[in-house]
Design a protein around this ligand. Structure first.
Ligand code: SAM
Length: 206
């Protein structure tokens, strides 16, 4: 992973930390839904954890929650938060081989459309889950947003403000990639009105 990606996200970190959640009600619903999938003994990995807001809320429900992010600045902010003892944070690429594997659950919130090769990331995470383990993802699919992203992204690129590796995923493409990596999709839904940010729960078969 090029350090250009880390540098881009390092620059976003302070602003990201200060930004309020767009739709708090949907976010709370999602956290509740994720919680219903967790067990107190679970060893969980969260890739692209950002400033750790989700980790600090969720770690109380499991034995171990590892929040990993490519940006050192995001992880500094995450580490500064008052988190349960089960939470740890580390700088790591989503495609890393994690020492804490195998995991019971891997979470990926608003990150799969931002990795260099989402299909490869899914294959790597599949291997690091226990048989029967869960992959839980909610990720924006800009390919569902009509022509606008196709027009705006090249302009953003011109000014260096587009996130690196931004993929124009669609819900169908993302589902197909999850299945191609070997998972069984056991839940698929949306929170709130938006239909461009699907939530998936997928199981590694036993
Ligand atoms: C849109 S933010 C989402 C943060 C958090 N998951 C959330 O839902 O608020 C994307 C995050 O992914 C991280 N990221 C981008 N590319 C990454 C990669 N290849 N590996 C790990 N993290 C990455 C960024 O540093 C950033 O914190």
């Amino acid at each position: 992973m090029s350090s250009k990606t880390a540098q881009f996200w390092d620059k976003q970190a302070m602003g990201y930390a200060a930004k309020p959640v767009k739709d708090q009600e949907s976010y709370e619903q999602m956290l509740q839904t994720v919680t219903s999938r967790l067990k107190p003994t679970d060893n969980v990995l969260e890739i692209g954890c950002g400033t750790g807001s989700t980790a600090v809320r969720m770690a109380q429900h499991v034995a171990r929650w590892t929040g990993a992010d490519i940006s050192g600045e995001m992880i500094i902010i995450a580490k500064s938060k008052d988190a349960p003892e089960s939470a740890t944070f580390m700088v790591a690429d989503a495609d890393a081989k994690f020492k804490a594997a195998p995991f019971d659950v891997v979470c990926a919130f608003h990150i799969l459309h931002l990795v260099p090769d989402p299909a490869e990331t899914l294959r790597s995470l599949f291997k690091q889950l226990k048989p029967g383990g869960l992959f839980i993802s909610k990720t924006v699919c800009p390919g569902e947003m009509g022509i606008m992203p196709r027009l705006i992204i090249p302009v953003m690129n011109l000014f260096g403000v587009a996130p690196p590796n931004l993929h124009l995923l669609t819900v169908g493409k993302l589902r197909a990639m999850i299945v191609a990596a070997g998972f069984d999709v056991i839940e698929e839904r949306f929170f709130g009105d938006g239909k461009s940010s699907p939530y998936f729960v997928a199981r590694r078969p036993t």
